[in-house]
Design a protein around this ligand. Structure first.
Ligand code: THU
Length: 131
């Protein structure tokens, strides 16, 4: 199982793979499944703008497409100090993250903060409301 520093290092290194010719704002996300598998995602922009996908949803789509449904940690890093996930990504995470999934906002190997989904999306609407 990769530790938090390894995940952050991967996220920082992978930022260069961002496809962001319009905003020039690079974001990278690294997702650790509960089984210990690692998936990477970057933001992928589009000339038509709205099809743009954020790094967090890109990583989640990769993992979910491989059959993973439970997540231990997501590390997010971007070109801004403290790049937090957008509202759409928070809602997307709410579908799959549990109370213990760690959301790590990383600036460097030694500068990062850890949150839960409840911290970032309190009073959320989700699966529980449709049962
Ligand atoms: N972006 C992300 O990838 N994740 C976020 O949570 C915030 C925004 C991307 C989308 C777009 O490519 C660029 O950052 C500027 O909004």
């Amino acid at each position: 199982m990769k530790d938090i520093k390894e995940l952050i290092e991967l996220a920082l290194d992978n930022k260069e793979k961002s496809y962001s010719p319009y905003s020039h704002f690079r974001v990278s996300a690294v997702l650790l499944t509960k089984e210990g598998e690692v998936f990477e995602g970057v933001n992928i922009e589009n000339a038509s703008y709205s099809p743009t996908i954020c790094a967090e949803r890109s990583a989640l789509a990769a993992a979910i497409s491989k059959g993973y449904r439970e997540f231990d940690t997501i590390v997010i890093t971007g070109d801004l100090i403290d790049t937090y996930p957008c509202g759409v990504c928070r809602q997307f995470m709410a579908e799959f993250f549990d109370d213990d999934t760690k959301i790590v906002i990383a600036n460097s190997l030694d500068d990062y903060k850890t949150y839960t989904l409840e911290d970032l999306l309190p009073h959320s609407f989700g699966k529980k409301d449709l049962q």
